[in-house]
Design a protein around this ligand. Structure first.
Ligand SMILES: Nc1ncnc2c1ncn2[C@@H]1O[C@H](COP(=O)(O)OP(=O)(O)OP(=O)(O)O)[C@@H](O)[C@H]1O
Length: 939
């Protein structure tokens, strides 16, 4: 890390580096600096060094320009108690050391002062401390806004918001290698406030629940906490009701992973969950319903599926287990078995029973378990929202986003693409907020500013993922999900053909099936195996329809959209979304909300992988700082002017600092105003001159004044001091005036009493009527007061009744208004998402139509070719036929010739034989002749 240069000749070192490659060290005065943007030498080594030295001194929070960096302490620190809350309440950021409370307080004050919604974005790796910091934000807001916090008791809504956490954690958290209480979903918690700054409600949006964990976990991890809590902590009567008679190790969906977490009692956690449910106002029936879903999933996991011996068809091996499951689900056994093993499916226009293989049935069961869990979770969050979002008086909100940071694993799949895409968008949001807005504003205000391109250009990668034209990864996947014969392979090849060599952010991967994407943080290889299935989440419709008729109302409600032929089913068909579409929509809605807020950024850092306190792995930390944009954030914050005020605001707030003094001739501003009109720009310049600030510490724009970091804090301090003096002066004058008036009044009263007494004494002492009057008067007053008081009581009672009626009416009206508002919001959201989907679909339709037109053209050409080829074929066939005939004829001739040849051969051989016989005869005759000759000669 940061190191000094040594003379390579005099000191032997293992590694020699060039001078220019060495980062400079900051002077000791900058040790453990609160804000890293203030470091004189701003380099990676100094930043990590600063974080590390602070961390070792238990200072886990550090500012870094716009960011608050939070390093996980992995131990409990006494920095979240009541004193700390008071220490940060109503204080500006620079007054106390960096803390999540300071950021929260800043957001709270911004909201109240500027009437602008706020957001706090907490991101980081798994285990870095996002959820812990999110909880601290909510705790702080609950503590500072609750009217009775002085007694240590929170209001009901504050308690309920805090108690939503244990419920969400039981159902949405799990033990992983990185984190014993890892949130397996992202959330955006919006805390609503009334105009007076009281918490008036809350609303939770959730993202990307890791549902695959329900059916499989790695051996070192666990399923969601609730499974273990139900089995270890629920009363025996409840487990009996769900027919759960086994231990953790007896359930297929639990037995292959870890079973306990060191130092955590699942039974105690179940009790905490139950009390959280009670505080949230969940009835016993609702709690049973939620837990029933968990029991059903455990039963599904234990269903054993085999294959018929004589065929490949699947069969269920244990009837008892099926019975248990169907009892828990509230559906008939036969109907379920049939729906699972031989569902009715559409084949062309007909419906047929289709036998399923063992693997297919196993797949349907896993899909059912995952869907049940996800729908149960969605229902749970909706119910929590029903409880928390109860007041239409919320006029502003502070939203806290707790979402997983960038992920690069050994194998990265569809889930990683979704989370990395989310982070790409969030990083772009930050870049946009910090770089683009800043620089746009400098340009608009005509500020002397040298443009530096700090931001990564993230748009090409985002387009590559989300755009529908040219077709991006998500759209391409959606398109292939509706293509009849598409496979993961054809999808990957299509992606390559669309993007390879056309975008420098995309490359085919070295993996068998996959691609490589260049993100702002790193290049990531994605394996595309199973993407078509992951994107469509296919379910056995026979089973979901059956579940919509369950005699357990909660289960039937979870599957109401799947009911056969119902209006909702038809509606659902219109609303069907792929996973990619759903995520894109959710993210668009999140970004719209974030864009309407003033954001605050918290970056959580994982110090080491061993969960050890006071140990920092510098390389690991540096990697995270680079990935989450902290390093670039520091640079721009230092070089720019992060604080700004409009002229009017600036004058209103700081003119006071210069209107005092100036002697008999007044201040320069007073003198200028006295001689005529002074515009805002000139007035501000005059004030700034009078303030004696360093010229480089500020810039005066066209409508605003800009300050470098830290300058406003100094002005605020000066102003506070002055205001305190002025107020003390006013108070002392007012008190003096009031006391003097009071003293005079008492003096006059005393004099008057004396005068009256003297006069009465003189004239009335002996008058009998006066005596009677004096005796009667108290009785008359008492009588009159009794009558008046009775009348008042009557009035009061009437008013109380009227008030109660009016309050009830007002409550009803506001409840109705809230419901209508919620409905309207939902309808608007649906409309928005429908609109977005329609645009996507139109795009796909347009592409399909273009392709259809191309294909039709190709078809016409092909048909022409076909006609030509058919004609050619016909001619060739004719020629072939003719040739065949000729062949036939020649074959006849040939056979004839062969026959003649055979005959001639025969004749030839006969002749040969005859010639041979004749030759033999001739030879015999010649012999004879020779003999005769010989005999004759002898004779
Ligand atoms: N400020 C803190 N004080 C004490 N302990 C902390 C703090 N922040 C984090 N931890 C410890 O680190 C663990 C992990 O933190 P947390 O659950 O907040 O991480 P995360 O970033 O939300 O992880 P995931 O993404 O897996 O949910 C906590 O259970 C706690 O033990």
């Amino acid at each position: 890390m940061a190191c000094y240069m040594f003379d390579a000749l005099t000191i032997r070192y293992d590694r020699i580096v060039r001078k220019e490659d060495v980062d400079k060290v900051n002077p000791p005065k900058f040790d453990k600096s609160n804000d890293m943007a203030e470091l004189t030498h701003l380099n990676e080594a100094s930043v990590v060094h600063n974080l590390a030295t602070r961390y070792m001194a238990d200072m886990i929070y550090t500012y870094s320009g716009l960011f608050l960096v939070a390093v996980n302490p992995y131990c409990s620190l006494p920095i979240y108690n009541r004193e700390y809350i008071s220490m940060y309440k109503n204080k500006s950021r620079d007054v106390a050391s960096p803390h999540i409370y300071a950021i929260t307080d800043q957001a709270f004050r911004n909201m109240l002062e500027m009437h602008e919604n706020q957001s706090i974005l907490v991101t980081g790796e798994s285990g870095a401390g996002k959820t812990e910091n999110t909880k601290k934000v909510i705790q702080y807001l609950a503590a500072v806004t609750t009217p009775t916090h002085a007694t240590g008791e929170l209001g009901r809504i504050e308690q309920q918001i805090l108690q939503a956490n244990p419920i969400l954690e039981a159902f949405g958290n799990s033990q992983t290698v990185r984190n014993n209480n890892s949130s397996r979903f992202g959330k955006f918690i919006k805390i609503g406030f009334s105009r007076s700054g009281q918490i008036s409600g809350a609303y939770i949006n959730w993202y990307l629940l890791e549902k695959s964990r329900v059916v499989t976990q790695s051996p070192l991890e666990r399923n969601y906490h609730i499974f273990y809590q139900l089995l270890c902590g629920a009363p025996a009567s409840l487990r009996e009701k769900f027919l759960l008679d086994g231990k953790v190790g007896d359930y297929a969906y639990l037995k292959n992973g870890q079973r306990t977490i060191p130092g955590v009692s699942d039974a105690d956690e179940f009790n905490n969950l139950t009390s959280a449910f009670t505080i949230m106002g969940f009835s016993e029936q609702e709690q049973t319903d939620l837990l029933r879903v968990i029991a059903i999933i455990l039963h599904i996991g234990n269903l054993e599926v085999g294959a018929e011996r004589s065929s490949w068809q699947a069969k269920l091996l244990q009837y008892v287990q099926v019975e248990k499951l169907c009892h828990a689900m509230g559906v008939p056994v036969d109907a379920f078995t049939k729906a699972l093993l031989r569902p009715r499916v559409k084949a062309g226009r007909d419906w047929v029973d289709q036998s399923r293989t063992q693997a297919q049935v196993q797949f349907s069961l896993h899909a059912l378990a995952k869907t049940l869990y996800e729908r149960g979770f969605a229902y749970l969050v909706n119910r929590i929202n029903d409880v928390l979002e109860r007041d239409s008086a919320s006029t502003m909100f502070i939203g806290v986003l707790d979402i997983a940071g960038f992920e690069i694993f050994e194998t990265n799949s569809f889930e990683q693409l979704c989370i990395n895409y989310t982070n790409e968008k969030l990083q772009q949001f930050f870049n946009h907020h910090m770089f683009v807005l800043e620089q746009d504003e400098y340009a608009r205000e005509n500020i002397d500013w040298q443009f530096i391109d700090f931001g990564h250009d993230l748009q090409p990668t985002i387009d590559l993922i989300e755009k529908s034209n040219p077709i991006g990864i998500f759209s391409c996947l959606d398109e292939d999900c509706v293509m009849p014969r598409a496979t993961d392979k054809s999808f990957t090849e299509k992606l390559h053909s669309l993007w390879d060599k056309k975008s420098d952010k995309y490359k085919p991967s070295l993996l068998k099936l996959g691609f490589r994407l260049k993100h702002y943080a790193a290049e990531v290889d994605y394996s595309t195996e199973g993407w078509l299935e992951k994107n469509t989440d296919p379910l056995n419709e026979n089973i979901t329809q059956l579940l919509s008729l369950s005699d357990q109302p909660h289960i039937a409600q979870l599957f109401a959209d799947d009911a056969e032929g119902t209006l909702t089913a038809r509606k659902k068909k219109g609303l069907f979304r792929t996973v990619a579409q759903r995520h894109k929509e959710q993210l668009t809605s999140l970004m719209t909300q974030l864009n309407s807020t003033h954001p605050h950024f918290v970056r959580c850092i994982l110090p080491n992988h061993e969960k050890r306190p006071r140990k920092m792995d510098n390389v690991l930390v540096l990697d995270q700082l680079r990935c989450n944009g902290v390093l670039e954030g520091i640079r721009i914050a230092r070089t720019g002017f992060p604080n700004r005020l409009s002229f009017a605001e600036f004058r209103q707030r700081y003119e006071i600092l210069v209107t005092h003094g100036g002697g008999a001739r007044g201040t320069p501003l007073a003198r200028a105003t006295a001689t005529g009109y002074v515009d805002g720009q000139r007035a501000c310049s005059l004030i700034l001159d009078a303030l004696n600030l360093d010229k480089s510490a500020y810039r005066v724009g066209i409508t605003k004044v800009f300050f470098r970091a830290g300058v406003l804090a100094e002005l605020e301090e000066r102003r506070e001091k002055l205001v305190r003096t002025v107020i003390t002066l006013i108070q002392s004058r007012a008190r003096g005036y009031l006391q003097r008036r009071y003293a005079n009044k008492r003096l006059h009263r005393a004099e008057a009493v004396q005068v009256i007494a003297r006069n009465i004494k003189a004239s009335q002492t002996d008058n009998p009527w006066w005596k009677l009057y004096v005796k009667m008067q108290p009785l008359l007053i008492a009588q009159r007061e009794t009558v008046q008081s009775m009348a008042r009581d009557g009035e009061y009672r009437k008013v109380v009744v009227q008030l109660a009626d009016a309050e009830t009416e007002a409550r009803k009206v506001s409840e109705r208004a809230r419901k209508l508002e919620a409905e309207m919001k939902k309808v608007q959201e649906t409309l928005e998402s429908e609109r977005a989907l329609a645009i996507d679909q139109q795009e796909i339709l347009r592409r399909t139509q273009t392709r259809e037109a191309d294909l039709e053209e190709q078809l016409a050409v092909t048909l022409e070719d076909l006609d030509m080829l058919e004609a050619q074929c016909e001619e060739l066939l004719d020629a072939k036929r003719k040739a065949d005939k000729e062949v036939e004829m020649w074959r006849g001739e040939l056979e004839n010739g062969a026959r003649i040849m055979g005959r001639l051969e025969g004749e030839k051989s006969t002749m040969d034989k005859r010639i041979e016989a004749l030759e033999a005869d001739l030879r015999t005759k010649e012999d004879k002749e020779g003999k005769i000759h010989g005999e004759m000669e002898q004779l």
